[in-house]
Write a protein that binds this ligand. Structure first.
Ligand code: IPD
Length: 274
């Protein structure tokens, strides 16, 4: 199926800006939270659900045949397979825990997969008014200015991002602790922003040189994958292989040199696929 990516970008920019107003108007208010699973800190608020409905509804109106993989519909038990049909991969509020605590790293993350590849991505932080976007082959932009990765080639020169994620099992905590310990021993600094999409956007604009996480989901990564690549960065599996959107694992970096230096030092965690 032919997809006009520029038309898609126009639509999703309008919808994301609308949704952003809702998120911004509520960030400092009290939220009601639900916890999604045992042994995890995985929250959902009514704003997540409302924003996902707004985005999916708006896309469906224009593209009734497109498919969706969305965080909140997944939580409601709708598990979609990724096919080669045009599929929107959506996180209405990436950084829900931040949102709940009024911490401003909150992003809307929207990727469009066509032919099994992310072709379009938008990450919008409505609190800080930072709008990142990329279309395959056309570069990456922040608020209409082109962006590039830093190009940093070694860990001793790097500012690194890693997340504790939402899993709270003993095994998982021990793996993350090991990896943080390795990074903090060698890098300039280690950051944990609480939003995967935000971390990926920071790699794309050269503020973070390496980001690794295992246990996150396709909707946290889809938009960031294409934005990092279009900014000249690399995106791989944290054990060194090819990145796979549904595998719940990502390593994004400013250069292949730094990625090659670090990946074999990580303890690995392989969650069940999306
Ligand atoms: C979470 C954030 C967080 C990451 C978790 C994700 P959500 O997404 O991206 O940084 O560590 O793995 O689940 O639940 O806030 O959309």
């Amino acid at each position: 199926e032919e997809v006009n990516l520029h038309e898609c970008l126009e639509l999703i920019t309008r919808l994301a800006r609308h949704a952003g107003k809702i998120i911004k108007s509520r960030i400092n208010k009290k939220k009601t939270i639900e916890i999604k699973a045992n042994n995890s800190i995985d929250f959902v608020t009514e704003t997540d659900q409302e924003v996902e409905k707004l985005l999916i509804g708006g896309i469906k109106q224009k593209y009734p045949h497109h498919k969706f993989i969305g965080e909140e519909s997944f939580a409601a038990g709708i598990k979609e397979e990724l096919t080669c049909a045009p599929t929107w991969v959506i996180d209405p509020v990436d950084g829900t825990t931040n949102f709940v605590h009024s911490y401003p790293n909150v992003c809307i993350s929207i990727g469009l997969v066509v032919g099994c590849d992310v072709k379009l991505g938008v990450i919008f932080n409505p609190i800080l008014d930072m709008f990142f976007r990329a279309i395959k082959g056309e570069g990456a932009f922040l608020n209409d200015e082109p962006i590039k990765v830093s190009g940093v080639k070694q860990l001793t020169d790097a500012l690194v991002a890693i997340e504790f994620g939402s899993v709270r099992t003993q095994e998982f905590r021990s793996i993350v602790n090991h990896n943080i310990n390795y990074l903090v021993t060698n890098a300039h600094g280690v950051r944990s922003a609480g939003s995967a999409a935000w971390n990926l956007a920071q790699v794309a604009r050269g503020a973070i040189d390496l980001y690794v996480e295992m246990g996150l989901h396709a909707w946290d990564m889809a938009a960031g994958d294409i934005i990092v690549r279009e900014a000249g960065g690399i995106v791989i599996d944290p054990a060194g292989g090819d990145f796979k959107l549904m595998n719940r694992r990502i390593l994004a970096a400013s250069s292949s040199e730094i990625a090659d230096e670090v990946y074999s030092k990580f303890q690995q965690y392989y969650p069940e696929h999306d």
